[in-house]
Design a binder for this molecule. Structure first.
Ligand code: PMP
Length: 284
């Protein structure tokens, strides 16, 4: 495997950044994960727009033009011969002696790009079963709309899920409402067939898959309500599911060990999953 690190393509097992990289010292950086299908990126334009926004919110300069970045992403995919899988991009505030204040503006941001293959049939098989989730208090900071590499609460929540035999953890705010999953957005289908997912404010990441699924829902003539829902509401729902670039729409069949609806994947999540790639932008 090959990784792109600060201007060079290097063997993945030798790819490294300096110990004084601010990503390592302070989690002072942002990232994107983009699905690759048939060797092509899915929703590249939206992922790049979100990257630009994340960088702007934490005041890191764009390390290169979007066009140049596109070339690097494509080249990394090509060099790794990824047909189906993911491309990962991380930008940090660069390497400087450890000090909380921003480094000198001349410090170049660090960029890392990796790509790896993933068998889409595995996710499809999982979608037929559905997944279990646990719930956990949302103890994250107030700007999780920025896609930073500071993911410790997410790591701890997802590990707790794994140890409980579940795949994902749903964060629940102080009012008892679900914000999102550790690495996914959370949705329910109400008994009267409405899709509900939390409004994209500072308390969730505005998932690209979430945005595209809203368009898919519109095509399927499903109504979408952007509002928060509680765990009891999710348990009483017809269906629940999560969305992300790595999961598309993944049915949730159990929450904290209790079944959602009939405890089986439902038709709405299946339809959204099936129609996702015709609505997503997949460009050369
Ligand atoms: N929320 C969080 C916390 C995430 O990490 C992710 C995945 N990056 C998502 C939601 C889903 O975002 P997307 O659909 O853009 O993958």
């Amino acid at each position: 495997r090959i990784a792109y690190v600060n201007g060079q393509y290097v063997p993945h097992d030798q790819a490294a950044v300096h110990i004084e990289d601010r990503g390592y010292q302070f989690a002072d950086g942002v990232y994107e994960v983009c699905e690759v299908t048939g060797g092509r990126m899915v929703d590249e334009r939206r992922h790049m727009a979100r990257l630009v926004r994340s960088l702007g919110e934490i005041r890191i300069a764009m390390p290169m033009s979007l066009a140049a970045l596109g070339v690097v992403l494509r080249e990394t995919i090509r060099r790794n011969r990824v047909h189906d899988g993911f491309v990962y991009l991380q930008v940090t505030r660069g390497v400087a002696r450890r000090d909380h204040y921003f480094p000198d503006p001349s410090t170049p941001p660090s960029i890392v790009v990796t790509a790896r293959a993933a068998d889409p049939r595995k996710a499809d098989a999982q979608a037929l079963q559905g997944i279990a989730v646990i719930t956990t208090p949302d103890n994250r900071w107030g700007r999780v709309d920025i896609k930073t590499v500071g993911l410790l609460p997410n790591v701890l929540a997802k590990q707790a899920a794994k140890e409980a035999g579940a795949r994902e953890a749903w964060f629940v705010d102080a009012e008892g409402r679900v914000t999102e999953g550790g690495s996914t957005n959370a949705w329910i289908v109400t008994q009267d067939g409405k899709l509900v997912t939390r409004q994209a404010d500072n308390a969730i990441l505005r998932g690209i898959t979430r945005t595209v699924m809203m368009e898919v829902a519109e095509k399927l003539q499903l109504r979408v309500e952007e509002r928060a829902f509680t765990v009891p509401e999710a348990l009483a729902a017809k269906e629940a599911f999560v969305t992300s670039a790595t999961n598309f729409a993944m049915p949730v069949v159990r929450i904290d060990g209790k079944p959602v609806g009939e405890g089986r994947p439902g038709p709405v999540a299946r339809a959204l999953r099936e129609h996702f790639h015709e609505t997503a932008e997949i460009a050369g």
